[in-house]
Design a protein around this ligand. Structure first.
Ligand code: SF4
Length: 299
């Protein structure tokens, strides 16, 4: 607790709210690259799933591109924390681009474990969203030799005969329940199942924390890009228990959300910088000041 004013409302801020190790690392690598090089700097897709940060980076000359054709030869391509497959790195080099690799080491480990499974003769299953960049990169790193299963759609398992030996890795931002669901569906279908639980602890910690916050607070604000899967997932967990609002910044806040509310919970996705969380807290402090009992509390 930082302040203690006489009043009624409390604000609880999740200790784990905001940028994870891999996103912070990618942002630092990007800033360092910009500082040390005068060439054009690109990222294939947004560096992180946070439109405000991407806009700021673009202003500094770090340009997101949708395909390598948009990059001028001689530029620098930053590989974002989700990683890419080796074919893409080779194509970028062929085009005359220099590579700066900001792949999160935990994602790299997931790719290496998947490759190890393939080399040991397992049919590889990746638990996750087929369209997510991290999953695409894992599948590409196996030259497409992997089956992607989303926890909320197990139909591909019924439609395909699997090898008797299956190895599993998991998109780092999936939930434990989702992984369990796929593993339980696989078990009766195979003779041998080897599972690497590659869910990142940053994900698990944030998901556990949002559950704890949602049990204590009567309304929850989840701050982060609407295009951020992990932020959306936090909002889904929160909204299963309390009214939850997924906002990108303070401009989306509506004062009526806090009427007849004692405790406001705040958390943020793994791609939300601390300053965006502080802006929201400052807005609440300014606009609810008459009613605030605690100006801040770290849960
Ligand atoms: S959530 Fe985990 S795996 Fe993903 S970028 Fe952050 S630290 Fe890396």
């Amino acid at each position: 607790m930082i302040g203690n004013k006489h009043g009624r409302k409390k604000i609880l801020i999740g200790e784990k709210a905001g940028c994870c190790f891999g996103v912070n690392r990618a942002l630092k690598i990007a800033a360092q690259t910009r500082k040390n090089h005068s060439e054009n700097v690109y990222t294939l897709g947004p560096l992180i799933h946070n439109p405000r940060v991407i806009q700021k980076l673009a202003g500094e000359g770090i340009t997101p591109i949708e395909s390598l054709d948009q990059a001028a030869p001689g530029g620098i391509l930053i590989i974002r924390s989700h990683g890419v497959g080796p074919q893409l790195v080779a194509a970028a080099r062929d085009k005359g681009l220099k590579i700066v690799d900001a792949t999160c080491p935990f994602v790299k480990q997931e790719q290496n474990l998947a490759m190890g499974l393939l080399n040991q003769g397992y049919e590889v299953v990746v638990v996750g969203e087929a369209s997510h960049a991290e999953v695409i990169a894992v599948v590409d790193s196996l030259s497409g030799q992997a089956l992607v299963i989303a926890p909320d759609d197990l139909t591909p398992l019924a439609e395909r005969k699997l090898s008797p030996r299956v190895g599993v890795v998991c998109q780092t931002t999936q939930s434990q329940e989702g992984l369990n669901r796929v593993v339980n569906a696989l078990l009766p279908l195979v003779k041998e199942l080897k599972i690497y639980n590659t869910i990142c602890s940053a994900t698990t910690q944030r998901q556990n924390e949002v559950l704890a916050l949602a049990k204590t607070a009567q309304v929850l604000l989840v701050i982060g890009g609407k295009n951020s899967a992990n932020t959306r997932h936090l909002a889904e967990i929160g909204s299963s228990l309390v009214p939850t609002y997924h906002i990108e910044d303070k401009n989306e806040i509506k004062p009526e959300w806090f009427r007849n509310i004692d405790t406001i919970g705040i958390t943020a996705g793994a791609s939300t910088p601390q300053e965006q969380i502080e802006e929201v807290v400052n807005w609440l402090e300014e606009n609810l000041q008459e009613e605030l009992e605690w100006t801040k509390e770290i849960k």
